[in-house]
Structure formats: C-alpha cells, structure tokens
Write a protein that binds this ligand. Structure first.
Ligand SMILES: Nc1ncnc2c1ncn2[C@@H]1O[C@H](COP(=O)(O)OP(=O)(O)OP(=O)(O)O)[C@@H](O)[C@H]1O
Ligand SMILES: [Mg+2]
Length: 451
C-alpha cells in the first residue's frame, strides 16, 4: 500500500492553527507536531498521552492493527461500521460513486477519515492537506434550510431506520445537512443546532448555525430512536434526570417526536460558550494509546480503569482523587439503574492535559431493558467467588481510592436516593409495558443483592 498523508488542525480563539502532519503506512500511523505548534503550544495536543511535552519533535507512532489501523484518537473520527450509523451510510454512498471507488478495508476507512474527520466531537480536525484545511475554515458551509418535519433529511433518516429502501439519495442529504462529521456509537444520530428554548418542535439546523428564526441556537447531539428500541429516548431522559438529581454533572436535553420518530437532543459539552472546541477523548482512546491489549470498548477490567486514572494523573493535570470517585459513582449508578452499557466509549475526558476532568454524563441508557443487552457490566470485574456480589463490588472501590466502608456507604446512599426508580420506569408512557416490567423487575432484584 502507498503511504498516505494528512494534516491535523484545530480551532482556537485566535483562529485555526495547524497541529501537525500525519502519515499512515498500513503498518503504523505516525504523527509529528509542527515546529511552530511545539514552540507556541497554542492549543491542546492530539491526545492526552501524545502531548508535545512527552514527544517533542519525535513522531507519535502507533502500530496499526485490523481493529485500530490509526491512532485511537483518530479512529473516533471515522464513522463506525454499524447498521445505525447515518454518517457511514451517507459517506460510503458518496465514496462508491468515485471512479475507482476506494477498496474496502483500510483505504475506505482512510477516505472516510478525510471526509468526516473535521468539525466533529472534540477539537481535532483532519484534512487531506493544508489548502483544504484553510479553505474549510475560511468558507464555512452553512446550508440555508432549517430541517423540519417534511424535509428530505427526515425521509432519509426514517428510511434508514426502517431499512425501507433509499428513495432519498445521500448527496441530497449531504447538501441539506452540509458536511456531516462523524459521531460514534450505535444509535443513529446527527450533530445539529436547535433553538435554545425550553420547548422543542423537532426542527434543527446544521452544527455551527448561530441562530434559527432569529433566536439563539444551541449545539446538540441529536439521537433518533430506532424502532427495535422503542422507548429508549424516554428511558435515557429518565436516567439523565436521575443522574442530575443525584448530583452528577449532566447536560441539558430536549425531547420531541417527528413523524413518529422519538428524538433526544443533548447539549454538547465539547464546545465553549463562544463555540470553540474543547478536547473530548474517550477512556478507550486513552487506554488504547497506552496499551496494545486494548482495542475495543470492553477490553479492560474495571480495576484497570482505576489504575489508568492514577497513571494519567502523572502526565496530565487531573484531580485523580476526584476523578476516581466520580467514575466509581458512575459505575454504582449504572448498576443500580440497569445500564449494563458503561463501557470505555461511554466515559470520556474533557479538556487538554493542562486541565482535564471526567466529562459530564452521557449515554446513561438502561440497556438491560432489552434482553440482548442484559449484561450486568459492560466491563468485567475481577470476581472473588468466595465473596458475595456486594462484597466484590465494595472491594472494587479500592481501585478508585475508596475503603470498603466508604464504598459500601456510597452504594447505600445512591441506592436510597434512587429508591423510586422502578416506579418511575413503570410510569413512562412510550416504553412498551413488557420492557418496563423487565427492567423494573430486574432492577429490584439487583438492588436487593446490594442492600
Ligand atoms: N453531550 C455531549 N457532548 C459532547 N459529546 C457527546 C455528548 N454526548 C455524546 N457525545 C459523544 O458522542 C458519542 C456518541 O454518543 P452516545 O454515547 O450518547 O451514543 P450511542 O450511540 O448511544 O452510543 P452507544 O453505542 O454507546 O450506545 C459519545 O461516545 C461521545 O463521544
Ligand atoms: Mg455511547
């Protein structure tokens, strides 16, 4: 395979800056900071474990594997090959029209990175070359139309979700939406802006649109509930509420239904009030950059997450004590709510190495409501079968800086303060009764084991 080249830029208050150059050889992915970036350090680094203070002018070299051909931070910019991924659908259709189209495998992933790797989550923008980068920043594409109920975009989304044939061509959608950067995960979603008001009618505009109908807009992640997961948006909203009530940091959210499609719009926390990007890097990205054994979002034990936080505190300005307690509390509430899906991409770091913290709560959906996702914990816990489940869970606290009694107190506090959760599940109106019963019963049983 021929070597492939790309450039990495980011946006700062003083304008866009180039961060460095990227070479992918198929065997490895090499990134080097530019001299100017190294001297001025105008923005946070490529990744928490790839800072200029660690590498200087030495390249950051990542050895490629089939699952992670590029540095993990860059992989999160490529839309995943999962059925619900709208970006992947739109962009592979556009790529298929090229002559010749890129070959499946690395070539396709690389072309997707160049198409979707800018303007997405976090602060990293990838382009084919500097001219393209400068042009993209200088001429932001702002399609005029606000997307409403009758637009082709919604038709496309609905057809995608129902898998009912593709009457709306992907380029129409690309034109209406503008360039659609990638967002990871399994649930179909778009980056968008909506009117910043308490109620929402389901209309949205492309990301970066400052105002809609002369009213200020807010940047959101718009999640569209797929039919097999009826009630997911309502359940996710309930869990966002619950986390907020229990003192977690939770973004604002809005609910609406368009054409019978339930929507959840969650305010983005990877942008400042002025619209500048903040670094957002998943636990997966950090752990995979540090260890070749980690390739996927469930490739680590919970204890190793605690150790990673401790080690990260040595190279980044992270309040380790606070971060470890926070992550353990997330773990406890995931267990108590029947989440089962708290994996390494549902936890992230917000901010660069000079001030980084655990990102606010996102994706707290109680996936155990669906039998095929009924897993106690997405990450394994090193289990001592001589001890009860509860004692094992308290013991895990040690990896997050908590003594057994502190951990046990935390469990009973969060359990007590969310006592009415099963009843709240049963009161939801959009979740099918069978799913509500499954989840409420399961949660009651699980809670009994840790009291
Ligand atoms: N409020 C937010 N602000 C900024 N980035 C976010 C926000 N919510 C989610 N993200 C980013 O978008 C990604 C996908 O979002 P999310 O995890 O909610 O979707 P998902 O499809 O349900 O994922 P999963 O496959 O884990 O179920 C996250 O991994 C995170 O990087
Ligand atoms: Mg997720």
């Amino acid at each position: 395979m021929a070597d492939r080249y790309a450039v990495v830029w980011t946006r700062t208050g003083a304008g866009p800056v180039k961060m460095g150059n990227l070479v992918a050889t198929g065997r490895e992915c090499r990134f080097s900071y530019t001299d100017e970036f190294l001297q001025r350090r105008p923005a946070p680094a490529l990744s928490l474990l790839a800072g200029p203070e660690l590498f200087g002018s030495e390249p950051v070299v990542y050895r490629s594997s089939a699952r992670m051909p590029l540095h993990p931070r860059l992989m999160s910019l490529v839309p995943a090959d999962s059925p619900g991924n709208l970006q992947r659908r739109i962009h592979t259709e556009l790529l298929a029209r090229r002559s010749p189209p890129p070959a499946p495998g690395f070539e396709t992933e690389w072309e997707l990175l160049l198409l979707t790797g800018h303007g997405g989550i976090g602060h990293i923008d990838v382009f084919g070359d500097d001219i393209e980068a400068e042009d993209w920043y200088a001429n932001p594409v702002h399609p005029q139309s606000v997307v409403g109920r009758r637009s082709a975009v919604w038709r496309f989304v609905r057809e995608e979700i129902e898998q009912s044939g593709h009457a709306v061509p992907a380029d129409t959608v690309a034109e209406l939406l503008g360039p659609t950067p990638s967002v990871g995960g399994m649930i179909p979603k778009l980056l968008a802006t909506i009117v910043d008001a308490p109620a929402w009618d389901g209309r949205f505009a492309p990301p970066g649109t400052p105002a809609i109908d002369d009213r200020p807009a807010v940047e959101v992640i718009l999640k569209i509930e797929p039919a097999p997961y009826a009630g997911l948006a309502e359940l996710e909203a309930l869990c966002l509420d619950l986390h907020r009530e229990l003192g977690f940091e939770v973004p604002r959210y809005w609910r609406a239904d368009v054409d019978g499609m339930p929507l959840l719009a969650v305010e983005r926390f990877d942008r400042t009030a002025d619209g500048l990007p903040l670094p957002l890097e998943s636990f997966l990205s950090v752990m995979a950059a540090g260890s070749r054994a980690v390739r996927g979002s469930a490739d680590a034990e919970w204890s190793s997450v605690g150790r990673m936080l401790e080690r990260l505190g040595r190279v980044a300005s992270l309040d380790v004590k606070r971060a470890r307690r926070e992550v353990y509390r997330r773990f406890v509430l995931a267990f108590l709510t029947g989440n089962g899906d708290l994996h390494l991409e549902n936890l992230s770091f917000l901010g660069g190495a000079d001030a980084v913290r655990v990102a606010p709560v996102y994706d707290p959906s109680p996936m155990r409501a669906w039998p095929r996702h009924d897993l106690r914990s997405a990450l394994p816990v090193d289990f001592d079968s001589a001890l009860s489940l509860a004692e094992n869970l308290y013991a895990l606290g040690a990896h997050f800086g908590l003594r057994r009694d502190e951990a046990a107190d935390l469990w009973s506090e969060l359990r007590r303060r969310s006592e009415d959760y099963p009843e709240r599940i049963m009161a939801l109106e959009q979740v099918p009764l069978a799913r509500r019963r499954t989840l409420a019963d399961l949660v009651r049983r699980e809670r009994a084991l840790v009291s």
